[in-house]
Design a protein around this ligand. Structure first.
Ligand SMILES: [Zn+2]
Length: 493
């Protein structure tokens, strides 16, 4: 018998957690966070309590209550077992967007995670430039006897348990126990996205992951559709984030429009885009080259480019962090010593202004700070995230500067408030007028209605389950055998 239980990702955009069970093999496809579920109960200042996180999330139906699934330190501390063997053979990750991967840090350390090398590096970037624990579970709630013979709490990462991360190669089949997995790259808005075809004893299952045809890797998505058609799929789990949307421009159009705006910009061109969308970074990088400017990125992006550049498989796909058209912006550190008298403080103090992962960039030949940007405004495209708008106070954009917003438009009130705030900053610096909009140039990572219709009609699956959507009526129009499943519901092959 083969069955799929949907612990998230149905009647919802994101939060994918699909448990496939076949002949005793158990695999999760993705283990993501649902923004809508979390948003029902939590906000910035109200979240699951660290000391009781599993139980808090079980209570609210956000995480499935499955023994042996969660990390031992949490399970033991929260009274949910922890000594048992796990029955889960693997987690197969489509990509490193949080709605597909954010709950991985809760998982048992010995459950192997299968993912692309790109996904692994993006998770490594999350861990090393922040406080996430994708690749290593730093054990919490540990006590030890100190040298006075007292029982003490172990601080920080005294015991760090590395997870087993198995990177697969695009197109190359592999087995997890009784299930054969075929990972196929698809076009989406982060590197390394893979759709899957699972071959089980009772039939085959396709999972589109998130996909589109209007990015830089259209042919990958087309190839996935062809592979599905040849695989005689029993069921296709098909995304439908934007099934109700009309067709849009392409990533190449984005690149061109950015170039046009920057060409007409007298002073500083400022931009905001999703930090991990390296195809979008590439669009701005190409626009910078087209207009004889340099693209100024932040240290988190520099770190990600460094990780990609260090990989034999990925080097050259994206600019290296020392590329001649890339500059790395050194923001003010914790004491803001970057422009203070170094004879008073010392070079050592300056380094201590930054986290250890940031320090090396201070010595890069292409490092710049606000003084360089302020002086030579017409030579740069300056990346400024929504979370670092204060940098504009240092950079002081002159008259004739522009802002290009290359992010998704707000789709809830929280995002509207955030966007309004960004607008206030731009008005403050005279970059836009109150009644005049900025340049919004963006394409989604998800296919529009026509594209998803094409996927539905050309994959030739015997049945179809809509995932990652709240509009399943479109799939029903396009396929005669659509099954709808509720959260925690099961579909048998
Ligand atoms: Zn995604």
């Amino acid at each position: 018998m083969t069955e799929i239980t949907f612990h998230g990702g149905v009647n919802d955009i994101g939060g994918n957690k699909f448990l496939v069970e076949s002949n005793g093999t158990k695999i999760f496809m993705d283990f993501g966070m649902s923004f809508s579920q979390e948003g029902q109960f939590f906000s910035q200042f109200l979240g699951a309590r660290t000391s009781n996180s599993l139980n808090d999330l079980f209570e609210l139906g956000i995480l499935p209550k499955i023994n042996g699934l969660y990390r031992r330190d949490y399970a033991k501390h929260m009274g949910f077992g922890g000594n048992e063997e796990t029955e889960i053979d693997a987690v197969l990750l489509t990509h490193a967007h949080v709605d597909h991967c954010a709950y991985i840090p809760y998982l048992r350390e010995d459950i192997p995670i299968y993912c692309s090398e790109e996904s692994k590096l993006i998770m490594q970037n999350f861990d090393e430039t922040g406080t996430d624990q994708y690749l290593t579970a730093k054990q919490r709630f540990q006590i030890y006897e100190n040298n006075k013979g007292e029982i003490s709490r172990a601080k920080g990462d005294k015991v760090a348990v590395p997870r087993t991360i198995k990177t697969f190669q695009s197109g190359k089949k592999f087995n997890i126990d009784s299930i054969e997995v075929q990972p196929l790259p698809v076009d989406h808005s982060i590197p390394g996205v893979h759709a899957f075809i699972l071959h089980t004893a009772n039939g085959s299952i396709g999972n589109t992951a998130d996909l589109r045809f209007h990015g830089r890797r259209k042919n990958d998505t087309e190839n996935f559709v062809q592979e599905c058609a040849q695989s005689d799929l029993d069921v296709l789990l098909c995304e439908g984030t934007r099934v109700n949307a009309p067709s849009s421009i392409t990533e190449y159009d984005v690149e061109e429009r950015i170039s046009d705006i920057v060409r007409d910009t007298k002073n500083l061109a400022i931009c905001g885009y999703p930090v991990r969308d390296l195809d979008r970074l590439l669009s701005f990088y190409i626009a910078a080259k087209n207009t004889n400017r340099d693209l100024v990125i932040d240290m988190k992006q520099a770190y990600l480019l460094k990780l990609f550049d260090a990989s034999d498989n990925l080097r050259g796909k994206y600019p290296s962090p020392t590329d001649k058209n890339i500059k790395i912006y050194i923001q003010r550190g914790s004491w803001g010593l970057i422009d203070k008298d170094i004879d008073v403080f010392s070079q050592k103090q300056l380094y201590e202004d930054y986290s250890s992962w940031q320090r090396e960039f201070l010595d890069y030949p292409n490092a710049v700070d606000y003084r360089d940007i302020a002086k030579n405004q017409n030579q740069y495209i300056f990346f400024c995230s929504d979370f670092r708008l204060q940098d504009l106070i240092d950079v002081k954009p002159s008259e004739g500067s522009t802002y290009i917003r290359s992010l998704t438009e707000p789709f809830n009130t929280e995002m509207e408030i955030k966007e309004d705030q960004v607008k206030n900053w731009m008005v403050h610096f005279g970059i836009i007028n109150r009644d005049q909009d900025w340049h919004q140039i963006h394409v989604s990572g998800h296919g529009d209605g026509e594209q998803i219709k094409y996927v539905v009609e050309n994959t030739n699956a015997k049945s179809l389950i809509p995932i990652h959507t709240v509009n399943d009526e479109y799939h029903k129009k396009w396929h005669k055998n659509v099954k709808t499943v509720n959260q925690h519901g099961t579909h048998q092959l």
